[in-house]
Design a protein around this ligand. Structure first.
Ligand code: NIG
Ligand code: FE
Length: 415
């Protein structure tokens, strides 16, 4: 049994009781904390915490004492939406947008997701795995302790399974907690443009059974959007995924509101993600659901598209999660610190709301909140310690500036 104490913590943040798996509405405002505190970890699990003055002196004879030197401690970020398996960056599209083209125009002329699919088909599995591992290490150093990763740049039976097998290998070797999402329905491949139903048949009849047999995914996703998948197609793909034991988490309302959000909710989606374009009936539908809206402000930032109406969702007593959307097309960044800053600056979330949305609610949006997302006895000791900062607001305030000094995953220091 290995016991570690983190001592002299200026403020231990994100404390929640075991039964709280997410926070909604006005609950998001409060980030429960203890000042001048310690944290006790036994075998990688949080076993106790409290005020420094209550820490018994004999406990300080234990194996390992780490002095936080008056830094603040936060539960690790839980990034519930990424596409970090990709073969190549797409900076030429970035320049095209600077020169006036839109994301949709670039996609329609053969760029976008189909461009990434072509590149992925040309790269072998080992190389893709190594590239992804580098990205995983990067986000680990930026304070992320759990991440969801999607396939979706395969867009063929072989390519999708290759991507999902890479995620499975990452799960085996990484310190991070990883969840896998099957996004075979990310775009319609060129060769199926005139025969969409045949590609959908491949998803349902050729990909899903292998995914089930090899346990390659936890969730199923569809990009339900004009020029991508219709709500009807989304419905049949989600139902086929559910029959194979996968819970839906879908891309919806990024550019247009076409009823896909309701399709997600009707299929009891765990989350509906993006929501940059929301009609009043979309918000109403969310109010009567168990689905968590997941917002991706760094995608809005990078594409210069509207930000999702976070305030309106919170004021409607809903929960929201924040995630990066890390991918080569719309968000080439896996930095959750920047996401939290943007949520404050552009969506008018308070620092406490943004931090809750990026931790416990992100954990909920990938079904890991029983083990991650807060400082709770019995949860994994995944957390980061900052430089000595005066208060919580300093974290999003210094946007683009790293306040993290130490990172711990499963109780072990990794930075
Ligand atoms: O979440 N919107 C769909 N998928 C990704 C972008 C994919 C890409 O451009 O490569 C997203 O933004
Ligand atoms: Fe995405």
């Amino acid at each position: 049994m290995k016991t570690t104490y983190i001592i002299n913590i200026k403020q231990l943040n994100g404390i929640l009781p075991e039964e709280k798996s997410f926070l909604k509405g006005s609950e998001l405002k409060k980030l429960a904390s203890i000042s001048n505190s310690y944290l006790e970890i036994v075998d990688g699990i949080i076993s106790d915490f409290g005020k420094m003055e209550d820490l018994q002196i004999q406990k300080l004879d234990s194996d390992s004492i780490i002095d936080a030197k008056n830094g603040m401690l936060f539960p690790s970020w839980c990034d519930s939406h990424t596409h970090l398996i990709f073969a190549q960056s797409r900076e030429s599209e970035f320049v095209d947008r600077i020169n006036g083209l839109t994301y949709e125009e670039i996609a329609l002329k053969g760029g976008g997701i189909l461009n990434s699919a072509k590149k992925l088909s040309e790269k072998d599995e080992d190389e893709l795995f190594q590239d992804a591992l580098v990205r995983i290490k990067e986000i680990e150093q930026l304070g992320t302790g759990a991440v969801e990763i999607k396939s979706g740049y395969g867009l063929s039976v072989e390519g999708e399974l290759k991507s999902l097998r890479i995620i499975k290998r990452l799960k085996e070797v990484s310190n991070l907690t990883i969840k896998a999402t099957f996004l075979g329905a990310h775009a319609i491949p060129w060769e199926y443009k005139e025969n969409r139903s045949e590609y959908i048949r491949l998803i349902i009849e050729e990909m899903l059974p292998v995914i089930k047999a090899e346990k390659l995914a936890d969730f199923i996703d569809v990009f339900c959007e004009t020029n991508y998948y219709t709500p009807e197609e989304t419905d049949s793909i989600l139902k086929a995924g559910i029959a194979m034991g996968l819970k839906p988490k879908i891309h919806v309302n990024q550019f247009t509101s076409i009823g896909g959000l309701q399709t997600g909710i009707n299929n009891k989606a765990l989350s509906v993600d993006h929501l940059e374009v929301m009609e009043p009936n979309d918000i109403e539908a969310l109010k009567n659901s168990t689905t968590i809206p997941t917002l991706l402000p760094s995608c809005s930032f990078f594409l210069s598209i509207p930000y999702a109406p976070a305030r309106e969702l919170i004021n409607s007593n809903l929960p929201i999660a924040l995630a990066t959307d890390y991918n080569p097309g719309s968000t080439p960044s896996g930095n959750m610190n920047f996401v939290v800053s943007l949520a404050c600056i552009k969506m008018r979330l308070t620092p406490e709301e943004a931090i809750n949305a990026a931790t416990i609610n992100g954990a909920h949006a990938m079904e890991v909140s029983s083990e991650l997302g807060s400082i709770t006895k019995g949860k994994k000791a995944n957390f980061f310690i900052t430089k000595p900062i005066e208060n919580v607001a300093i974290l999003p305030y210094y946007f683009g500036n790293n306040q993290i000094r130490q990172v711990f995953l499963n109780g072990k220091e990794v930075l």
